[in-house]
Design a protein. Structure first.
Length: 177
């Protein structure tokens, strides 16, 4: 008799979190949801999930902080970061902090469940043949500094030598969905 898999979803979009939770419940998971770090800390006192799905932008801080907390709570937990603001810098930081995989939205339950089972890297992953554009390099540099500053917009703008409002506009304009 196998144990029911348990999952926590850390997502600030309530409708998306509930849709994802419903989908995982239909697959036999016991699911809890929360919107950010403070609520996650509270939930982990009485719940020890084997799996987690974490958005990068959550209430009260960064999803990277949630990944760190979840990994510290249980190093064997399979954590997948799911974000609409994907960048190489945040993908690297997420895996360093304990995530097993990093997915860009839109992704579905099948994608997430497949990511949970990915333990080793895939050497057959094709290399990109298209060179990286200047805009993509700028976007990745911005996210690298955002991760370094724990997503503090003002400090990121200062380190990049740009006005805070300019940075905010760039972040709004380049949202990846």
């Amino acid at each position: 008799m196998s144990e029911t898999p348990s999952l926590i979803i850390v997502e600030d979009d309530a409708a998306f979190a509930e849709t994802l939770a419903r989908s995982f419940r239909r697959r036999g998971y016991m699911v809890e949801t929360c919107t950010g770090l403070p609520e996650l800390e509270e939930r982990l006192t009485g719940f020890s999930p084997g799996f987690a799905v974490v958005d990068l932008k959550v209430v009260g801080g960064s999803g990277l902080e949630c990944v760190r907390l979840l990994h510290a709570h249980d190093p064997a937990m399979r954590i997948v970061v799911l974000t609409g603001f994907a960048s190489i810098a945040t993908a690297i930081e997420a895996t360093k902090l304990g995530a097993c995989y990093y997915l860009a939205k839109p992704s579905n339950t099948d994608d997430i469940e497949a990511a949970f089972s990915r333990v080793d890297g895939d050497v057959s992953t094709p290399l990109t043949v298209r060179p990286t554009s200047i805009k993509t390099l700028e976007w990745e540099r911005i996210h690298e500094v955002l991760a370094e500053t724990d997503f503090n917009i003002s400090e990121t703008a200062r380190r990049l030598g740009m006005h805070r409002r300019t940075l905010a506009r760039k972040l709004e304009k380049r949202r990846i969905t």
